[in-house]
Design a protein around this ligand. Structure first.
Ligand code: AQP
Length: 338
């Protein structure tokens, strides 16, 4: 149930690491645009403080931040309609993040699967920031009294933690101050899988570039990656259930459906009985048709980094107007002398 005391407000963010990949686009950015165009207030962040939880070369971080801003805008986010900014320009994120470090419990944090996945076997060498990442994410969201967060499936656990933090803060201080934010995880693209392994999610940091489609890939590269995507020898089935044990085939059908903005059932109805030799070229053609205009607009925007920086600074000023009073009230509730 959504928290009706709070005015609907959408917030989400993406890390400026490597290049935006198709999973980020279909699972997140495309849905950010839909929400923006539905008329609700929307705030979209480039979460650079999250990015540095693993090592980032400074020049690469700067470039990735601008490139992600360009991807947002090229995909249809309009700085006049949505607030677009990078997290480190609004210091309140880190300030509320600290408070939430003191609200969240070690037991809760120890259950976060993303830390386990990202830290891998060498946990002792992971940064403290990587471990406390979800409290900063809770701060990103609650700093704006966000009611809805569009994200991919992998972020579900972090959204549950955000609700636990809000609830504990409200209970501890006897207030009804932070909303219980709803994750919005909907559609066919909530978990786009690797093109090389249908059991692993598509990810920016997968060592194999062939596992993903980057939003910066040109038409030939997109077509090649789809042609080489792992599949099985069977034709596409007559009904969607026929894909239950075929993760790679299911993934390609989902990608087609998300790009074509159709239910997966319609894609199956269209391609039932066809071999991948027919389906893959059709998917490649569709992907190029949808993605090429975005990547060429990104190229154009990246010619003028000063303009991107100006948009982010302006967005940050607007974000601060919302964030500062919420942080000030948080300090007051806690009893900090101002
Ligand atoms: N494969 C995916 N399918 C659907 N949605 C996805 N998202 C990520 N991968 C998929 C969604 O994209 C948003 C931003 O993700 P992020 O960059 O902040 O962090 P991430 O989830 O860790 O993304 P990556 O691509 O996997 O990056 P790396 O490799 O750097 O960790 C989120 O809404 C996420 O759900």
């Amino acid at each position: 149930m959504s928290d009706t005391k709070f005015t609907p407000r959408v917030f989400s963010g993406i890390q400026p690491t490597n290049h935006l990949q198709l999973g980020n686009y279909l699972g997140a950015v495309k849905r950010f645009v839909e929400m923006q165009n539905s008329g609700v207030e929307t705030i979209y962040c480039i979460v650079d403080l999250h990015a540095i939880t693993v090592w980032q070369d400074p020049a690469d971080l700067t470039h990735a931040t601008r490139e992600l801003a360009a991807s947002y805008i090229a995909s249809g986010l309009d700085p006049a309609k949505s607030i677009l900014f990078n997290q480190s320009q609004v210091a309140e994120h880190a300030q509320l993040g600290w408070i939430f470090n003191c609200v969240a419990r070690m037991g809760w944090m120890n259950r976060m699967t993303q830390f386990k996945d990202k830290a891998g076997k060498d946990r002792e060498k992971a940064s403290v920031g990587l471990f406390s990442y979800p409290t900063l994410m809770a701060a990103d969201i609650l700093l704006y009294h966000t009611t809805h967060v569009p994200v991919g499936e992998d972020q579900k656990q972090h959204l549950e933690l955000t609700r636990d933090i809000a609830m504990k803060f409200n209970n501890d201080f006897g207030v009804d101050f932070f909303p219980l934010t709803e994750p919005v995880i909907e559609g066919v693209a909530t978990r786009i899988m690797s093109l090389r392994d249908g059991t692993k999610k598509m990810s920016k940091s997968d060592p194999s570039d062939m596992s993903r489609i980057n939003m910066t890939d040109d038409a030939d590269t997109i077509a090649k990656k789809i042609r080489k995507a792992k599949t099985d020898p069977d034709p596409l089935p007559e009904a969607l259930e026929g894909l239950d044990d075929r993760p790679e085939a299911r993934n390609l059908v989902n990608i087609y459906a998300a790009l074509a903005e159709k239910p997966a059932e319609d894609v199956i109805a269209e391609f039932a009985g066809q071999q991948f030799g027919t389906f893959k070229p059709a998917l490649a053609e569709l992907a190029v048709e949808k993605l090429a205009p975005i990547s060429s607009e990104m190229d154009r925007l990246m010619q003028d980094p000063a303009e991107i920086d100006r948009i982010l600074a302006q967005g940050a000023a607007r974000a601060r107007e919302i964030a500062a009073p919420i942080l000030a009230k948080t300090y007051e509730i806690i009893g900090m002398v101002r």
